[in-house]
Design a protein around this ligand. Structure first.
Ligand code: FUL
Length: 457
């Protein structure tokens, strides 16, 4: 059992998964015929004539998403309606038969390059327009389109696959050949990470509400992320059960009782995808979510061992809506205010503690009356190990006060102690005492704990 946990602690990310973690937040862009029909799912019969973004300006998209601190953009090159935002050679259902006639994928990729952020795309396997859908030819067709996108638009950091599999125009469903699609990506864009509900590189968190799990493990059973590279053998109790019930909406994923029955473990961190508005596509009557909602999502995604893929849909003109642009700017400013400059501190590991239960003493460079956040980071390159921790405050008088208890840390855990949106925040304590030190105590871990950083705000 202990050996198995130790093995679980050593399941490590690939370099590209680490690079992805470092990005923290990037933008999803849902754009296509739905933008013009006021729908969320087109049925594939839309006339390409309706697609006409007269003021398309991808530099405006990039500048706006950069104000929020986002490091990349993921464009819906093709959604379920089958309409291609690039002039694909393999179909007539694309921008080439629209009055626009340009190439949105090219414009977006070039704007990202000019703006110094990364570019990726979403390509829907479900295609409600293609006559091939529901037959083996469709996989050929899909691979040809994927190859166009992988070879003609420069470096791609991300390929996002939707698992949805509905009926095509012939009333048939398609057997997707994901392994084949993944191979093409590895061949043409070896640095790109691949998203699919079940991995291989990045998995879906299980909701579209912006909420990571209470304990969001990057190391999960291989039964869930069967496309990933299996990095351990079976759990000690695998012979008794096969986790056949496992689905990505389970609350317990990667936790100890969950991995105990697994057939093996995979490193596959979770992405939180959410739209800035109720819909994924732009609808004239919708408004962006409040700044508060976005900020809470930031804490429960990038601050909970995941990344945030926040969708901002362009309007019919091809610009991001001014209301969304304003909200993105406010969002970036708030993140800057809250996390812009850390309180200077010196961390020292206390001697004589077991390697799985270390205690860190964080001496503050200046005494504090209030404390907003403590941000903890494991050295994720070495794996994810911490099961539980607590933070204690120490005051000038020597008094102590328990502040926070948590489970996972992983790549980045934001422990929130004050809420910028609350009318009143609890005092650190009920006297005028000043906080001089924090203690971060790891109460359980799968193997020796390797923290990368502790920051105080
Ligand atoms: C879902 C799709 O059906 C939605 O339209 C949207 O693209 C979302 C990101 O993924 O599965």
């Amino acid at each position: 059992m202990i050996d198995f946990l130790r093995e679980a602690a050593h399941v490590r990310p690939s370099q590209k998964q680490q690079n992805w973690f470092d990005m923290g937040m990037y933008a999803f862009i849902h754009f296509g015929p739905n933008t013009y029909t006021d729908r969320e799912w087109g049925d594939g019969t839309e006339n390409p004539e309706i697609f006409n973004p007269l003021k398309l300006d991808c530099d405006q998209w990039v500048e706006a998403i950069k104000t929020a601190g986002m490091k990349g953009l993921v464009l819906t090159a093709k959604h379920h309606d089958g309409f291609c935002l690039w002039p694909s050679r393999y179909t007539e259902h694309s921008v080439k038969n629209s009055p626009f006639r340009g190439d949105v994928v090219k414009e977006a990729a070039e704007a990202c390059r000019r703006g110094g952020i990364k570019f990726g795309f979403y390509l829907s396997p479900w295609d409600r327009n293609s006559k091939y859908y529901g037959s083996p030819e469709y996989n050929e067709y899909f691979c040809s389109q994927l190859t166009e996108l992988l070879t003609e638009y420069g470096d791609i950091f991300y390929v996002w696959f939707d698992n949805a599999c509905g009926e095509g125009p012939n009333g048939k469903k398609q057997a997707y050949e994901f392994e084949r699609y993944f191979e093409l990506i590895r061949k043409y864009q070896p640095e790109a990470v691949i998203f699919n509900d079940f991995g291989p590189d990045i998995r879906w968190c299980g909701n579209e509400a912006g909420q990571a799990r209470h304990s969001e493990w990057a190391v999960v059973p291989s039964e869930l992320c069967h496309y990933g590279k299996i990095q351990t053998g079976p759990g000690p109790m695998a012979s008794q059960g096969s986790l056949s019930y496992l689905y990505n909406t389970e609350q317990e994923l990667g936790t100890m009782p969950n991995i105990l029955y697994s057939k093996g473990l995979v490193f596959a961190p979770s992405e939180i995808d959410m739209s800035i508005r109720p819909g994924w596509f732009w609808h004239p009557q919708e408004e962006p979510h409040s700044l508060e909602r976005l900020f809470r999502t930031y804490l429960t995604s990038t601050g909970a061992n995941a990344c945030l893929n926040l969708n901002i849909p362009p309007t019919r003109e091809g610009l991001l809506d001014e209301r969304d642009v304003k909200r993105l700017k406010e969002f970036g400013e708030l993140i800057g205010r809250e996390f812009g400059s850390a309180v200077p501190s010196v961390t020292e590991k206390m001697k004589g503690q077991p390697p799985t239960q270390p205690v860190y003493r964080v001496k503050l460079g200046r005494p504090l009356k209030e404390l907003k956040y403590v941000v903890l980071q494991e050295d994720i390159a070495q794996g994810q190990r911490v099961e539980s921790f607590r933070i204690t405050a120490k005051f000038a008088s020597g008094g102590q006060y328990p502040l926070f208890q948590g489970t996972c840390i992983g790549n980045r855990r934001i422990c929130q102690l004050q809420d910028p949106f609350a009318l009143q925040n609890p005092l650190l304590n009920d006297t005028d005492e000043l906080l001089t030190e924090l203690q971060v105590q790891i109460t359980a871990a799968r193997d020796e704990v390797i923290l990368k950083d502790i920051q105080v705000y």
